[in-house]
Design a protein around this ligand. Structure first.
Ligand code: PLP
Length: 501
């Protein structure tokens, strides 16, 4: 290591922590989270888990579960689409949760509504299937979008709208301002134009400027701001920023419950959407004796198909209140300190011959970036270490990280140098490819390695987690690729099911 004074053995963790606190004094203002880690997330240390996949899913606090279960135990709750006492009790809690969601994001209820969906993808589908794309109209997604945004292009294409992708540019994998301005200038004023970009990349952690919302509006675009990866560690103030559609998943913010997301929608733009169907709960009346006879309800009611996930709605409010109590700024500050240290260490680790161990995709400082780091490891000769081996070895140490393309193929294509011709060969292959076979094919045919490893910090991350991770990767210093073992990872199987009395 050309960082020879750094020894990441676990015995040195306390000293490293003291150094870290000196380098990042702002961390001390977030020590309340260390107390929460002991009280609310004690299962992490009890089970020796180093959880570094907060962009995949957040973690719930024990008190969130208790509060939700107590509420369910104390009440009798019926399906909210009715006027009986148990139904009204549920309706009250559901509407309270809805208004708390708006309050949390500082969204004026006259301007925005919160439509409950199963997840961020469900929110995006609501927009995609109902946006009035037509020939002459435009859909402008970003290379850095998640596949659940990319999928909207299929609705746009089917309705004849033009789809153009906005690239991000190496090395930081951000937009080029001039290029994006020029693309936004190609608006079709007589038609419908939809621009979609992530507030934070789920691949690189890059935060794309929220200023693009108003710049796009000024030129005549409607805007989807995908906030799914952003809101777990950053405030989103809809009093200040006015995107038309904001999809998000609550489990990414506070872990529990899964199966709940929402579409924050600007009411004036929501009116433009044309739903391709109706369902129970979304209409006032219909008749089976005439085609097209139905009255769609206004605002959120017209978009929540069937019975909403009503028993989980109070848990959403509980989760948001929990975040508010800690303060999203405190979580942000903490994650920023931890990520800054991680980036410093990861970029400093060298093999004895001076070559870097780690290749990071995206920015290597904390300016306009969140708590996600995508990277690969190389051996002293620059040979890429297979992500599958790294993942399996991390599993042996109970480190939860993520590998692959993270459902963000566009940033992967730019980061890994995959050009259109190569991708076209992959899609004209005799057989559909799995991700692993695609990776092996790209490696053997094109000497390209289209996969990365991703870690992400979040609400319960502490210094020990990231120290363990650096300890883990520093074991690959000076190790030739051929010497990295292939291990069969053993996964812990939790069997906590019991027969009820
Ligand atoms: C930026 C972004 N958008 C959308 C999604 C989709 O979220 P979900 O799978 O909860 O629908 C994710 C999930 O990782 C994401 O990171």
């Amino acid at each position: 290591m050309n960082n020879p004074n750094q020894d990441f053995s676990i015995e040195n963790m306390d000293d490293a922590f003291e150094e870290f606190r000196k380098d990042y004094p702002c961390f001390d203002s977030t020590r309340i989270i260390d107390e929460l880690r002991e009280r609310e997330y004690s299962r992490l240390d009890r089970l020796n888990q180093v959880y570094l996949d907060y962009t995949g899913g957040g973690l719930y606090a024990s008190s969130q579960l208790r509060q939700h279960m107590e509420l369910l135990e104390e009440g009798v709750f019926g399906n909210p689409h009715s006027k009986n006492p148990t139904s009204l009790a549920m309706t009250h809690l559901a509407e309270q949760a809805r208004s708390y969601v708006l309050q949390y994001f500082n969204a004026n209820p006259d301007e925005y509504t919160a439509i409950f969906t199963p997840n961020a993808s469900g929110a995006l589908k609501l927009v995609g299937e109902a946006y009035p794309f037509h020939p002459g109209g435009r859909f402008l997604p970003a290379f850095d979008n998640h596949n659940s945004v990319n999928g909207i292009r299929e609705f746009a294409r089917a309705k004849g709208a033009k789809v153009t992708y906005m690239p991000t540019v190496l090395p930081e994998l951000r937009f080029d301002d001039q290029a994006l301005n020029a693309e936004l200038d190609r608006v079709q004023p007589e038609s419908f134009n939809l621009f979609a970009y992530p507030a934070q990349s789920n691949f690189t952690g890059v935060q794309h400027s929220l200023e693009w919302i108003e710049r796009a509006h000024a030129k005549g675009w409607d805007v989807i701001l995908d906030a799914a990866a952003f809101v777990s560690t950053n405030p989103l103030d809809l009093g200040q920023w006015k995107p038309d559609f904001v999809p998000l998943s609550f489990y990414k913010m506070f872990g529990y419950p899964t199966g709940m997301g929402c579409l924050l929608a600007r009411k004036s733009t929501l009116k433009k959407l044309q739903r391709p169907w109706f369902a129970g709960g979304t209409i006032s009346i219909t008749s089976v004796q005439g085609e097209g006879w139905h009255y769609l309800l206004e605002n959120e009611a017209g978009f929540e198909d069937g019975t909403i996930n009503f028993l989980n709605l109070p848990a959403v409010e509980i989760g948001l209140r929990y975040l508010s109590k800690i303060g999203i700024e405190t979580i942000h500050e903490r994650v920023e300190c931890l990520i800054a240290w991680l980036l410093d260490q990861m970029t400093a680790i060298r093999h004895s011959n001076g070559t870097p161990l780690v290749q990071i995709y995206g920015p290597t400082d904390t300016k306009a970036r969140g708590g996600t780091i995508a990277f690969n490891l190389n051996d002293p000769e620059g040979v890429r270490l297979d992500y599958r081996k790294i993942e399996a070895l991390a599993n042996l140490e109970n480190i939860s990280l993520r590998t692959g393309c993270f459902c963000n193929p566009g940033t992967g294509e730019i980061a890994h140098d995959l050009i259109r011709e190569e991708m076209s060969q992959a899609f004209n292959h005799a057989e559909p490819m799995s991700f692993d076979s695609f990776y092996d094919w790209a490696r053997t045919e094109h000497n390209l390695y289209p996969s990365a490893i991703r870690i992400s910090a979040g609400i319960a991350t502490n210094f020990a987690d990231i120290y363990h991770f650096i300890n883990f990767i520093s074991k690959f210093v000076d190790k030739p690729e051929a010497d990295v073992e292939s291990v069969e990872a053993e996964y812990p199987i939790y069997n906590l099911m019991r027969d009820s009395a």
